[in-house]
Design a protein around this ligand. Structure first.
Ligand SMILES: [Zn+2]
Length: 219
């Protein structure tokens, strides 16, 4: 199923983005998904899911019997990461919340359809309890589990390519996230809502996410 931004009730947290016309916000939603996930789930995700539930809602669930060693390692890294950032925002009385899709402290509220800057998960409130389920909401065919595996692998691959490791220092990470947000605010302010997906501004938008991922994988 394609994502249909027109019906996505998500909001973007940045005030400038919120001020953009609806069409622009829809474009933002579509673009970040296209950029991050190539217009939908990966084949790996598609292959990894099977219909196993007998519950009334008939949600598809991620087939956890197909977890391999690397998947378990990736999920363990997610839980470690989220625990570190949960503890940090709690101790520092931060107003941020960790994203259920990647574990980074990217959300200003929970369940408000914010799109995570790191993994592009749209926060509809789904979390641990239903992590394996495909809820068919704003994230369509993606379960949280599949999302966690995907972004975890992206970061692990990036860290490997940099001969480094994912940086879990909260102060460093928060600084990188703030810098990224400022870059995207500057790009958004130059947009007027008519840009095509191949517009240089959208390319700059995509590039800023790549730069963020690199920053998160440097120590
Ligand atoms: Zn995320």
């Amino acid at each position: 199923m394609d994502k249909t931004p027109d019906i996505c009730p998500h909001t973007l947290t940045n005030k400038n983005l919120l001020a953009l016309p609806i069409k622009m916000k829809n474009l933002l939603s579509l673009a970040v998904l296209t950029i991050q996930f190539g217009c939908g789930q990966s084949q790996q995700q598609a292959n990894a899911k099977t219909v196993t539930t007998m519950e009334p809602a008939q949600h598809e669930t991620y087939d956890t019997t197909k977890f391999n060693t690397n998947d378990r390692k990736t999920l363990a890294a997610f839980y470690t990461r989220r625990s570190i950032f949960d503890q940090y925002v709690s101790e520092h009385k931060s107003n941020l919340f960790t994203c259920p899709g990647c574990g980074y402290p990217t959300l200003e509220q929970r369940g408000s359809y914010e799109i995570c800057d790191v993994c592009k998960w749209e926060d509809d409130g789904q979390d641990e309890k239903d992590a394996h389920k495909v809820m068919s909401g704003p994230n369509h065919e993606l379960s949280l589990t599949a999302n966690r595996l995907q972004i975890g692998q992206v970061l692990a691959n990036k860290a490997d390519s940099l001969k480094s490791a994912v940086n879990l220092d909260p102060a460093y990470v928060l600084q990188a996230l703030l810098l990224h947000k400022k870059k995207q605010e500057a790009i958004a302010q130059k947009m007027n809502g008519t840009e095509k997906p191949n517009d240089p501004l959208w390319q700059a938008w995509a590039e800023s996410t790549k730069v963020l991922h690199i920053a998160l994988c440097r120590r």
